[in-house]
Design a protein around this ligand. Structure first.
Ligand code: SAM
Length: 302
């Protein structure tokens, strides 16, 4: 996805877009800080590493948003002192509110992934979820992750859109767009009101996503920064098609008219298909065709 904007313009768009998104982000994306979120995040970490995770005394999250990964990992006891960074101060404010509500202690710091305001070798784990695809200069960001990690430290990112997975996802989106008027009639929903205030600027949406990756692009960026034991895996195929189709349908309707039973069907169906992907497909099909890519690697010990 080549962008015509400069790196600075992309960073600025990301800050503005996510500052506005912060208030409704958790409800829009079904971010959970209960048992479900805890087990989802722990499973992703286990899958990315390819083994049971250890305990990481000092973690730094990049593009932490409202805290989906770090707050759930704190609750799971997998990380000790958690630092959360993000280019959007609005997201960090929501994260702090979530942390207070959950009685969790985190340090937050506004930061661009390409210029981390942290000392060399100060973390045991650098992690993130759904953030690498927003970063203009990926090699520079990976060099920063390597710099701030202690020798032997782990870098781990999940939820990154894969290039083929992204293309495949256009099929359910197109299908849902065509089916939307009939679907709204069936559930007796009015069309979505135009510009309902709390939504981020739709024009920025196409600007903030600057990459969809082939697995080799992620491993190349990690290797160039000096990482070793690099592992790139894929997750979610059927679950993503189902999720995108439902989200596309829902976006066309007045949110108040979408029945609770439909929301339950969409939510439970997604979890069911996530399980099916995990049990049947993820170990059998190549990483490139899944919607989400994950990468884990180590900084050499010496
Ligand atoms: C899709 S959201 C994911 C948030 C969170 N990790 C989650 O999974 O819910 C992407 C996040 O990356 C942040 N971001 C975008 N560009 C960034 C950059 N260059 N450096 C640091 N964070 C960035 C955004 O502000 C946003 O909070």
């Amino acid at each position: 996805m080549p962008s015509v904007l400069s790196a600075e313009e992309i960073r600025d768009a990301n800050t503005r877009y996510h500052d506005v998104a912060a208030d409704h982000y958790d409800s829009k994306w079904g971010i959970d800080f209960g048992e479900l979120g805890l087990s989802q995040v722990s499973a992703k970490v286990r899958k990315a590493l390819g083994h049971e995770p250890g305990h990481y005394a000092r973690s730094l999250e990049i593009g932490s948003g409202t805290g989906y990964f770090s707050l759930n990992l704190l609750r799971a006891g997998l990380i000790g002192a958690a630092t959360c960074s993000d280019i959007s101060p609005g997201m960090l404010e929501t994260l702090q509110n979530n942390a207070s509500r959950l009685d969790l202690n985190v340090q937050t710091k506004p930061a661009d992934a390409e210029r981390l305001p942290f000392a060399d070798e100060s973390f045991d784990l650098v992690l993130g979820h759904a953030v690498l695809h927003h970063i203009p200069d990926l090699p520079r960001a990976f060099a920063e992750f390597e710099r701030v990690l202690a020798p032997g430290g782990t870098v781990l990112f999940a939820g990154e859109p894969s290039r083929y997975g992204d293309r495949l996802a256009t099929v359910p989106k197109r299908f849902a767009t065509a089916a939307a008027p009939a679907w709204r009639r069936a559930i007796r929903a009015a069309p979505a009101p135009l510009g309902d205030g709390g939504e981020p600027d739709a024009a920025l949406e196409s600007v903030v996503d600057v990459h969809a990756f082939a697995p080799v692009e992620l491993s190349r960026a990690a290797r160039a920064a000096g990482f070793e034991d690099i592992r790139v895996t894929g997750e979610e195929l059927l679950a993503n098609w189902f999720g995108w189709a439902n989200r596309t349908l829902e976006a066309t309707a007045n949110p108040e008219d979408v029945p609770w039973a439909w929301r339950m069907y969409a939510y439970r169906g997604y979890l069911l298909l996530q399980g099916l992907d995990r049990r049947l497909l993820e170990s059998r099909l190549p990483a490139a065709i899944f919607y989400n890519l994950m990468i884990a690697a180590h900084k050499p010990s010496s």
